[in-house]
Design a protein around this ligand. Structure first.
Ligand SMILES: [Zn+2]
Length: 274
């Protein structure tokens, strides 16, 4: 990966961190001036803002992100995280084919390198792949320093681009959706747009498939970005239930490649009239 791009991106990232820490001297100064309440108020405000911006996945405080498809008509987008998986991916691909649904698979670089044939199969069957980091450090991703964040995102991009020349990922999704002050900055410098979701059933932690499906159904509307996972005990059952739900909803899930950017939004390119 371009070392000059890496250096300039990390420089910007550290400047952003320094700016975020700039209230700290003010807090110290307020304490020194004998104004502990004002200092505590300022400290809590900054801490709360940082915590919400980091740990609330769909909070765009630290950078723009895609949360739904604007101007989507009757479109929805199914996204599937955490693959490829040697058992689940082939089964889910068959389910998608049966329902004529195209999806966006957010893949983990290390897992893709172990199963390159699955990555190629995903693309060959008309789906798209996205960047979901190289090692998927779900519990710690939000607290990684910029250099490690770069390795995770750029490493996955390199892995996937090498496996599928000409079809590099266009979208990035952080593990668990947690992102810090500079995650979006690094993704954008690599040509990636951060994509979250608007409908999920917490299938990463729950195993009650009807309950998972009901949660998604409640949020399923035109423009929805649906999130499900591979690698869970109920991955295939959830995929079957959610694709059935999508097929019955009247919404269409066309090839993600038909989604094009306008500024930071994903828009659906209108087909020419027959
Ligand atoms: Zn994930």
């Amino acid at each position: 990966m371009n070392t000059a791009l890496r250096a300039s991106t990390l420089r910007h990232a550290y400047v952003r961190f320094a700016l975020a820490l700039s209230p700290v001297p003010v807090v110290v100064w307020l304490v020194w001036r004998g104004q502990p309440l004002a200092a505590a108020l300022l400290f809590c405000t900054v801490l709360t803002t940082m915590t919400i911006g980091t740990l609330v996945p769909r909070c765009a405080l630290f950078g723009r992100m895609i949360k739904r498809l604007p101007q989507a008509g009757d479109q929805a987008l199914l996204t599937i995280d955490d693959g490829p998986h040697p058992v689940h991916t082939p089964a889910i691909l068959d389910i998608l084919d049966r329902h004529r649904i195209k999806a966006l698979f957010f893949l983990v670089g290390d897992r893709a390198a172990q199963h390159p044939e699955l990555v190629r199969d995903i693309l060959a069957r008309g789906h798209e792949i996205g960047n979901h980091t190289q090692t998927h450090p779900a519990g710690t991703f939000w607290m990684l320093r910029p250099a490690r964040l770069w390795r995770e995102i750029a490493g996955c991009q390199e892995t996937l681009a090498a496996l599928c020349p000409g079809q590099p990922p266009r979208f990035f999704r952080p593990p668990a959706g947690h992102h810090n002050l500079v995650t979006s900055l690094i993704a954008r410098s690599l040509g990636l747009r951060m994509m979250m979701w608007s409908a999920r059933g917490f299938d990463g932690v729950l195993t009650d498939v009807p309950a998972i499906t009901r949660r998604i159904a409640l949020r399923l509307k035109p423009g929805a970005i649906v999130l499900i996972h591979e690698g869970t005990p109920v991955a295939v059952e959830v995929a079957e239930a959610v694709t059935s739900l999508l097929a019955a909803s009247g919404l269409t899930c066309e090839p993600p490649a038909s989604l094009a950017f306008r500024d930071d939004e994903v828009v659906v390119e209108r087909r020419a009239a027959p």
